[in-house]
Design a protein around this ligand. Structure first.
Ligand code: ADP
Ligand code: MG
Length: 730
């Protein structure tokens, strides 16, 4: 039988028909057509129901049963115009994926006649069978059941799969006693906390500010490879990444992919998923090749955080699904291939007021400048004070391959702000001890706005190595992993800024109460914060060894692995912070910590199994087969009387193969022993650490020898598609 690899290669070369991209349509003609936007709601709801929907989006208050019935009826009427037959509550459990359970509108009346039905109860609340979602022991401790509850701040939408259409209602997922079991509930709470704290601070500058909404624009990196080839790699199918594979003769050193045009087959796929995305109201804006071969990126226009998070998780689903139609596979893993760049998801983040101001955009007048400086410096202070939490918020088994490796932001959280703003902060800092007074025009009238062109240039082009960079009018959190749900990073970022801003307000008010002029008081606390948090600012090359040493001197945390990084979630400081802002109770935090540790263990466990299986059942047999060919050849040569000099090369290769085989066998053996030992540990944290330190530690050695064999063994015997085939053939 021909190997899956050779079959896949044959199919790839012989099958020349590329899936057609959908017909070009004006984006505005399809944008949002599958979304129950407020505009659509206006058409399908009574005045009363519409108003109550708008009010609940604004205030986040619950909708009562009667209004719920009316809204449900309108939703159903709209969905039926689009031939939708089923509905589902759509939510983001802590498995890292999205979950749905489809129910049909169809039901039977007591007399047996058929009816299509959807009422307020079905819209507002559901009880999915939650027992198989991770709860970190929460449901065991409290109540067996969990339920999903409608989140009106994210509009319902219709998913089309083939000819099937399902109405999806974005929901949160909580235990029966109210503990959050998903990614969204804490995020929504964090947004409320930030809103409250930021409004209070905005009052110093503008009494008309009554709402502050954080904004998010994510940049999604991903790899796309031929599905036939991917399916011949059990490691990709099971773990999303290649656990073996020698670097190809040509990697990314030429950087020709980055500047090249998008290959036709990929282009058809992109246009297809973009069309789906537009219908779902996901405002995609850019698409391009990334640095590594077969790596790409897309980014939308930024939106309010909650919606942006939903749109990103939804898009990851859409991309994965649409790729199948093109016989392609999307790899969202942070590090699918060794030796070439991994994938991240930059989180561009800022805050917008109801008055239309971007709080991280330098202002035109001294007053708005001061407002900018306030939010800018408070963000720096928040990141400085809670760097450990930010690090924890992006921790995952996948992202561990990226953070600290030589092409991604390191595990040290630092901030890049550019030369111009560094100078501004230095000027302010210099004044330590000397009180700001009203004459201090030099400071209050810092003309930051005039320097915006300089600032933009300064910040967008220069430093690509920083994990957290100011890019002119927003911060860019770059250490987020490509497969992550942005909710985790966004929950932490908005909570810590909420905390810092409320502290800021207390300190400024104290000075004002003591008779200080408002602007002077604000400047004094800004100065204090700069002094307290300047150690987190770094403008140099974050990938260098010097930075690691320098960061240690500055006492910045540098936690390289997930099991240890997650500790930050359960420190007394973190518990107090999250409880104070009503984001997580102590038991919710502990449960989440538990879930993330378990998740880590499962990921490493699966990888270890795949590595063991592939080494034993793919790599060793192929190597032995080829070794036998060599042995037969040597025997034959000997038989016809050829001396040692005639077969010494063959002999050398055969003996090298033996050496690698024995190294692999013994390492796999000890890895299995280590796994057995780790499995006996009951404490989740210790178990995760054991998996990291004693199981995962074998991966590189096994890989080293397997990759050496790949270079020795006859290509025809090698069953796993090679890097050159995955990365360069389409
Ligand atoms: P880059 O140079 O990194 O490609 P872009 O200016 O293209 O940066 O923006 C990248 C992302 O940042 C986009 O998704 C964009 O919508 C988003 N973005 C721009 N302004 C803001 C903002 N105020 N808040 C949040 N995201 C923003
Ligand atoms: Mg960017």
């Amino acid at each position: 039988m021909q190997s899956l690899r050779l079959n896949a290669l044959y199919n790839l070369i012989s099958d020349t028909k590329t899936q057609q991209a959908p017909e070009s349509k004006k984006i505005t003609a399809i944008f949002g057509e599958n979304v129950f936007s407020l505009e659509t709601a206006r058409q399908f709801l009574s005045d009363e129901a519409y108003k109550s929907l708008v009010a609940s989006i604004k205030t986040q208050n619950k909708i009562d049963r009667k209004m719920g019935d009316q809204i449900a009826a309108g939703l159903k009427a709209w969905a039926e115009t689009k031939n939708v037959t089923h509905y589902t509550h759509w939510f983001q459990p802590l498995t890292g994926a999205t979950a749905e359970k489809h129910d049909s509108f169809f039901t039977l009346k007591s007399d047996g006649s058929a009816l299509e039905e959807f009422d307020g109860a079905a819209l507002i609340q559901q009880e999915p069978d939650a027992s198989s979602f991770p709860s970190g022991g929460l449901r065991a401790t409290f109540e067996a059941r969990g339920y999903t509850a409608w989140d009106p701040s994210s509009p319902p939408f219709i998913i089309e799969i083939g000819h099937g259409k399902t109405l999806c209602i974005p929901t949160i997922f909580v235990s029966y006693t109210g503990e959050s079991l998903d990614a969204k509930t804490p995020l929504l709470k964090a947004l409320v906390a930030l809103d409250k704290a930021a409004i209070d601070v905005c009052q110093y500058f503008d009494k008309n500010v009554s709402a502050v909404k954080p904004t998010l624009g994510w940049e999604q990196e991903y790899f796309v490879i031929d599905a036939g080839i991917a399916n011949a790699r059990p490691d990709i199918v099971m773990t999303g990444r290649t656990v073996f594979g020698h670097a190809p003769a040509k990697g990314q050193q030429l950087e020709d992919h980055y500047f090249g045009s998008i290959p036709e087959r990929i282009y058809a796929f992109m246009r297809d998923y973009e069309t789906e995305a537009y219908k779902l109201g996901i405002p995609l804006r850019t698409r391009h090749n990334e640095v590594a071969p077969s790596q790409f990126e897309c980014a939308p226009i930024f939106e309010e955080v909650n919606l942006a998070v939903d749109h990103n998780t939804l898009l990851m689903d859409v991309m994965t699904r649409v790729a199948k139609n093109h016989n392609l596979m999307v790899l969202l893993h942070e590090k699918p291939f060794a030796g070439i760049n991994g994938s991240g998801k930059h989180n561009n983040w800022s805050m917008a007021t109801n008055t239309g101001v971007n709080l991280l955009s330098p202002g035109k007048t001294p007053k708005t400048n001061l407002m900018f400086l306030t939010f800018f410096v408070n963000t720096i202070k928040a990141v400085h004070d809670h760097a450990d939490l930010l690090r924890a918020s992006i921790a995952s088994a996948g992202n561990d391959h990226r953070l600290g490796a030589n092409e991604a932001p390191p595990a040290i959280i630092s901030i890049f702000i550019g030369k111009y703003l560094t100078d501004v902060l230095k000027q302010i800092e210099k004044r330590v001890g000397d009180k700001f007074d009203e004459q201090d025009e030099a400071i209050l009238k810092l003309d930051i706005h005039k320097s915006i062109p300089e600032l933009m240039l300064d910040n967008t082009d220069r430093n690509r190595t920083s994990p957290f960079a100011f890019t002119g009018n927003k911060f860019e959190f770059r250490a987020v992993g490509s497969a992550a749900n942005c909710a985790s990073a966004m929950t932490v970022l908005n909570t810590i800024l909420g905390e810092t801003l409320s502290q800021f307000k207390v300190e400024v008010d104290k000075l004002i109460d003591g008779g200080e002029k408002k602007e002077v008081a604000i400047m004094q606390i800004i100065q204090k914060y700069i002094v307290e948090s300047k150690s987190v600012l770094f403008e140099g090359n974050n990938y260098s060894d010097e930075w690691e040493k320098e960061a240690e001197k500055r006492k910045l945390p540098n936690v390289k692995t997930t099991p240890l990084a997650l500790d930050a979630f359960v420190t007394p400081k973190a518990k107090k912070l999250f409880e104070h802002h009503n984001i997580y109770t102590h038991s919710e935090l502990e449960a989440r910590h538990e879930i993330m540790l378990e998740n880590y263990v499962k990921k490493v466990q699966i990888e270890a199994r795949v590595i063991g299986d592939l080494a034993t059942t793919y790599i060793l047999p192929a190597s032995i087969k080829y070794q036998n060919v060599l042995i037969n050849n040597i025997q034959g040569l000997k038989n016809i009387g050829i001396g040692e000099a005639g077969y010494c090369n063959q002999k050398q290769i055969a003996s090298k193969i033996s050496e690698h085989i024995s190294q692999i066998s013994s390492s796999v053996e000890s890895m299995i022993e280590a796994r057995k030992a780790a499995n006996k540990i009951s404490d989740s944290r210790k178990k995760a650490i054991a998996y990291c330190d004693t199981v995962k530690s074998h991966f590189d050695k096994i890989r080293y020898h397997v990759d050496k064999l790949e270079l020795l063994v006859d290509d025809e015997y090698w069953e796993l598609p090679k890097y050159r085939e995955m990365l360069f053939l389409r």
